[in-house]
Design a protein around this ligand. Structure first.
Ligand code: NDP
Length: 446
């Protein structure tokens, strides 16, 4: 019965949203768990909650014209997907990358609704961005683009309406430029962005939060079997914000990280990426904006051009680059090589066939909407600090992040237990759904 319902539901989603492959993928993964749950709880079926959740409340698409350093006019496309505001204002990052399109942002916004619900904080879901490529652009060009992007976006956001943050291609520099332009246009200093610089309302631990949170979640999974990350060999992909702080926290817990990557290839350092090497990577990526291949030259290790790190033998894997970076073949390789845990720092980094491999092998699999929720959780804490006009200490924020990651883990176990095994993917979907669905029921057909 459920299978037929899933097929019919997906048929309608695909017809209404043609060509949006990543959105179809994200919806199907959730619907496969939620449709049987809704069948057992008819109040959600009668109110068509799932059908309403796949329809964004609002989508804004706009032109972003700007001039490069040669004075030539450039045109990009800007987006904001305001997906669901049942439990709080829209909240979710901005992504600047040439691959950005409506389908990718709808998948990210849809995932964000469940993730934000899991954090226990009052945040709805949204996502936005542009097909702007920041690589090889000067600071001045990035600023011109950000200002033009905000010239339209400012009308649609606000501290009680929609609070964007960073994502791929949007780090501290871009958020500074975006926030500056918002402030100029609105003539008000409010907590409309998270991930801000420390000197203008940013929270301590926000840059670290996604990577740290993912490692805390992984440690919680291992704890259920009396194990820990100490001395585990770990493969990490990406070398941006999430990857960097994943490595930092893994090092703190006594694990050994042996890989990092970027869109050109990956490095394999069997001696481990210690604190000193990580500091060098941070300067390379955040300061010089260089390629990870330089690491192999500097520290004399292997570099594999155009490849991902999943063929390297490891105990645990932390995909932290982008969507669909682990295929079925990659997943099979990881399992064959003895990998016991996969915890997702990136959003939807494992494709559906890969997820099935992990679930069938019964390894620990932490899906992104649970495992990487630490970033948005600390964004929620940044919003609270801004409203209170207060700044909490590192220790206070870290303690709250730890509590939130533990509570997300507990929620996943509660809804994902299948005998001795915990299906965290199922747990996260159902756990995230209930709170949003109940709020939608209470608010009527709106
Ligand atoms: P960054 O831009 O800081 O880093 C992204 C990294 O991934 C870079 O190393 C980049 O390489 C690599 N990458 C990007 N696109 C591709 C691609 N198509 N193929 C291979 N590698 C790629 O982004 P973040 O670290 O912030 O984000 C990484 C992931 O984590 C994303 O999926 C994001 O949605 C997710 N996430 C981020 C959060 C945050 O707080 N920042 C919160 C929750 C999830 P290159 O430099 O070559 O482009």
């Amino acid at each position: 019965m459920s299978n037929k319902k899933l097929a019919a539901f997906m048929e309608s989603v695909k017809t209404k949203n043609p060509g949006e492959l990543e959105f179809h993928q994200a919806v199907e993964e959730v619907a496969a768990e939620i449709i049987p749950f809704v069948e057992e709880n008819p109040k959600y079926a009668e109110a068509k909650i799932l059908e309403r959740m796949v329809e964004p409340e609002r989508v804004i698409i706009f032109r972003v014209p700007w001039r490069n350093d040669k004075g030539e006019v450039q045109i990009n496309r800007g987006f904001r997907v305001q997906m669901n505001s049942a439990i709080g204002p829209y909240k979710g990052g901005l992504r600047f990358h040439p691959s950005v399109n409506l389908g990718i942002l709808k998948f990210l916004a849809f995932e964000q609704v469940f993730k934000n619900s899991l954090t226990t904080l009052p945040m709805g879901g949204g996502k936005g961005g542009s097909d702007f490529e920041r690589r090889r652009k000067s600071d001045n060009e990035v600023m011109s683009f950000c200002q033009s992007f905000m010239n339209e976006l400012f009308r649609h956001i606000g501290q009680d309406t929609d609070i964007p943050a960073g994502d791929i291609g949007v780090g501290a520099r871009e958020i500074g430029f975006l926030f500056g332009q918002y402030k100029k246009l609105k003539n008000e200093f409010t907590g409309v962005f998270t991930g801000k610089g420390r000197s203008f309302g940013g929270s301590l631990i926000r840059p670290e939060a996604t990577g740290y949170g993912n490692v805390i979640f992984a440690e919680e999974m291992l704890k259920t079997k009396g194990d820990s990350l100490k001395e585990k060999i770990c493969a990490v992909s990406g070398s941006g914000n999430v990857a960097q702080f994943t490595v930092e926290m893994l090092n703190k817990l006594g694990a050994k990280v042996i890989t990092l990557s970027d869109s050109d290839g990956f490095i394999h350092d069997s001696n481990g990426i210690n604190a000193e090497k990580l500091a060098w990577v941070m300067e390379l990526k955040n300061g010089k904006r260089g390629r990870i291949s330089k690491y192999a030259e500097k520290f004399d290790c292997e570099y594999s051009k155009g490849k991902r790190p999943w063929g390297v033998k490891c105990d645990a894997a932390f995909p932290s680059a982008t969507q669909n970076e682990i295929s079925k073949t990659d997943a099979e390789l990881l399992v064959k090589n003895g990998c016991q845990l996969v915890s997702e720092g990136a959003n939807m980094p494992t494709d559906p066939a890969g997820v099935t491999v992990f679930l069938n092998a019964k390894i620990f699999y932490g899906p992104s909407k649970a495992a990487n929720a630490g970033g948005v959780a600390v964004s929620g804490l940044e919003m609270s600090q801004n409203s209170l006009r207060l700044s909490w200490s590192r220790e206070e924020v870290l303690e709250k992040l730890q509590e939130i990651m533990k509570s997300i883990h507990t929620n996943c176990v509660e809804h994902g237990k299948e005998g001795d095994f915990v299906n965290y993917a199922k747990g996260a979907n159902i756990g995230g759904f209930i709170k949003v669905a109940d709020a939608m029921l209470a608010q009527g057909v709106v």
